[in-house]
Every structure is written in C-alpha cells, then in structure tokens.
Design a protein around this ligand. Sequence first.
Ligand SMILES: C[S@@+](CC[C@H](N)C(=O)[O-])C[C@H]1O[C@@H](n2cnc3c(N)ncnc32)[C@H](O)[C@@H]1O
Ligand SMILES: Nc1nc2[nH]cc(C(=O)O)c2c(=O)[nH]1
Ligand code: SF4
Ligand SMILES: [Mg+2]
Length: 217
Amino acid sequence: MEEVKAIKTASIHQVPKDGSQLPLMEAFYTIQGEGGNTGTAAYFIRLGGCDVGCHWCDVKESWDAEAHPLTPIEDIVETAAAYLGKAVVITGGEPLLYNLGPLTEQLQARGIKTYIETSGAYPVSGSWDWICLSPKKFKQPDPSVYPFAHELKVVIFNKSDFKWAEEHAAKVGEHCRLYLQPEWGKANEMTPLIVEYVKNNPKWRVSLQTHKYMDIP
Ligand SMILES: C[S@@+](CC[C@H](N)C(=O)[O-])C[C@H]1O[C@@H](n2cnc3c(N)ncnc32)[C@H](O)[C@@H]1O
Ligand SMILES: Nc1nc2[nH]cc(C(=O)O)c2c(=O)[nH]1
Ligand code: SF4
Ligand SMILES: [Mg+2]
C-alpha cells in the first residue's frame, strides 16, 4: 500500500515544473453542464492526477497521473483553437497540481477564455477568466485560493454538508456566486433538500450536472 502511494507521488513530480507539458487524459468539445456557465459551449481539457480522494468522484480514472500521456501544451492549445467555442474549461483530476501559467497564457493569447474546475487543494497558478472552487472534506482548500473564486460549488452528499457549505461560503469574496450541487448517486434524495435550502437561504443557487441528464460528455 505504502509503495503504491510512493509511486504515485513520484509520477506527479515527473511533470515538468515549467508547465511546458501536462498529463492529458482527454479533451472534448461539449456544453458546460454545471455551475454559473451551465448551457454554454466549452472545450474541456481534463488533466490526469489527483490526490484528494473523494469516495464519490465521478472520474476516478483520472487519479493516476502516470496513466495519462505527458503532452506539449502547444499541441493542446492548437487543438482547442480549432473549435468554434471560445471558452476552455481546464479540469481533471486536480489541475492545480500543475503549473498552468504557460497553458492559460497561450490560450488567452489566442482569444480563448480560460475557466477552471478545482478543489483548491493547491495554490492557484495560471491566468483565469473564471474559477470554480469546489472544496472537499478529504483535502481542504489551500487558504490562498478562496479570494480568487468566482464561483463556490459545494457537492451535497448528505444533510450535514449544508453546514459545511456555509463554512466555505464565509471564506470566499463578496461577489463569489454560491452553488449547491447534488452528488450524482444521491441526486434523487438530495435535490429536494437543496431546493428547500435555497428557498430558505436565497444567497445560494442550485447547480445540477445537466450534461448527465442530457447524456452528453
Ligand atoms: C471531477 S471534478 C475535477 C476538478 C477538481 N478536482 C474538483 O473536484 O473540483 C469536477 C467537478 O465535478 C464535481 N463532482 C465530482 N464527482 C461528483 C459527483 N459524484 N456528483 C456531483 N458532482 C461531482 C466536483 O465537485 C467538481 O466540481
Ligand atoms: N459537460 C460537462 N460539464 C462539466 N462541468 C464540469 C465537468 C468536470 O468534470 O469538471 C464537466 C464534464 O465532465 N462535462
Ligand atoms: S478532487 Fe475532484 S478529481 Fe479529485 S477525487 Fe475529488 S472530485 Fe475527483
Ligand atoms: Mg465531470
């Protein structure tokens, strides 16, 4: 068990610190399904590697960075620029494991907006038009990340998560939008609770994983 952990850490550290190459799991053009930009066209770049360990994570195949090829960022940018959509969502895995400065600067230089989905477990790198912070109990955000969040999106897995969500809402900036999103496996049970909670606490908004209802990536 310990040995496996050691191998995983080493693999993350083999990614060049200058951000010139990143472990790319997949990239796809779709509709942003969640949060404040729901319904808008976006090119998703999913980077491999995550050490947060959410037991309900819907993309566990991303966790092992070594399973995903180190890819030059020029290649990633070139492919992204070929799509009509002018917004890119960098997700993972946990994208803030890596230096995202060069990737985001090259995207913005091509007139592409840069959005990120992050747990905030590591400090922010890169230049961002929209930061979605989705904090996790399993590895809490680095305190430096809260002021940068445009959107706080808390996954609700059980009733106690509402109180936990409020603790994080107290840490973000005044203009940060607040979202509650049902954990997909418990959506039938949690969505009605979220609806009631938002009616009683209208600073919050509902976020659903609409791509899953539409059966698109
Ligand atoms: C797969 S994560 C990758 C980015 C980053 N590691 C994070 O957690 O924010 C992308 C988004 O999906 C959410 N998510 C993951 N699994 C989920 C699930 N089972 N139900 C609802 N949302 C989920 C995360 O909270 C996050 O907002
Ligand atoms: N359509 C779509 N919207 C998303 N929003 C956040 C996603 C993610 O996995 O980060 C995601 C995703 O995987 N697909
Ligand atoms: S932080 Fe994100 S990618 Fe990592 S386990 Fe949690 S939901 Fe999955
Ligand atoms: Mg997803």
